[in-house]
Ligand binder design. Structure first.
Ligand code: ADP
Length: 190
């Protein structure tokens, strides 16, 4: 199986590139942010809980996020592989993902990390907030909180995968297709 962790700060372009990658490589796309938003829209218990954290720019607690992700992985019968988008975001999530995949006799093939500097992220998120109506993209304080949480809680996940020689950084600024090509080069090399 080809199992990719697509990594990067809020606004790095993970969703955009995931859409292109799943088409080319026939992978299952699991975006924890998308799944939370679908639950919020559907008014589920999980959605109500997630919203209380998302609106403040905080992470949804690990046990909730890990349980949800595991049940999504288990739903797939014979996948070619997965793109994990927005997961893992903490070291505990990374360890849980390794255990889950190990129990299925597979593992993470690589982490592809989109690298974008903070000033550009703040700009992109505000534009997305206007276009998409996403509440967490409209408030500069919530955007800053998400960037701070990323630096404090999510950056260690990079060390987790580089310790396994699986980390590959890709510049996330420029044309969408150029970035996509750079991601494909890394995947095809593996
Ligand atoms: P972005 O990366 O653009 O901030 P996402 O759509 O990936 O947005 O996530 C939106 C929000 O959902 C996050 O700010 C966070 O509150 C929550 N979330 C998403 N993925 C996770 C995760 N793996 N662990 C905890 N919370 C998460």
């Amino acid at each position: 199986m080809l199992n990719i962790v697509l990594f990067g700060p809020p606004g790095a372009g993970k969703g955009t590139q995931s859409a292109k990658l799943i088409e080319k490589y026939q992978l299952v796309h699991l975006s924890t942010g998308d799944i939370f938003r679908a639950n919020i829209k559907g008014g589920t218990e999980l959605g109500v809980l997630a919203k209380s954290f998302i609106d403040q720019g905080k992470l949804v607690p690990d046990e909730v996020t890990i349980g949800m992700l595991a049940s999504e992985v288990n739903k797939q019968s014979d996948p070619k592989g997965f793109i994990f988008d927005g997961f893992p975001r903490t070291s505990a999530q990374a360890e849980a993902l390794d255990k889950l995949l190990e129990s299925k006799n597979t593992g993470i093939s690589m982490m592809l990390a989109l690298e974008v500097e903070e000033e550009e992220l703040r700009k992109r998120l505000l534009i997305r907030g206007k276009d998409s109506g996403r509440a967490d993209d409209q408030d500069p304080a919530v955007i800053q909180k998400r960037i701070d949480v990323y630096n404090a809680e999510t950056m260690p996940v990079k060390g987790y995968y580089s310790g396994q020689n699986k980390y590959k950084g890709i510049p996330g600024v420029g044309e969408i297709d150029t970035i996509f090509d750079a991601l494909c080069v890394e995947i095809d090399r593996a």
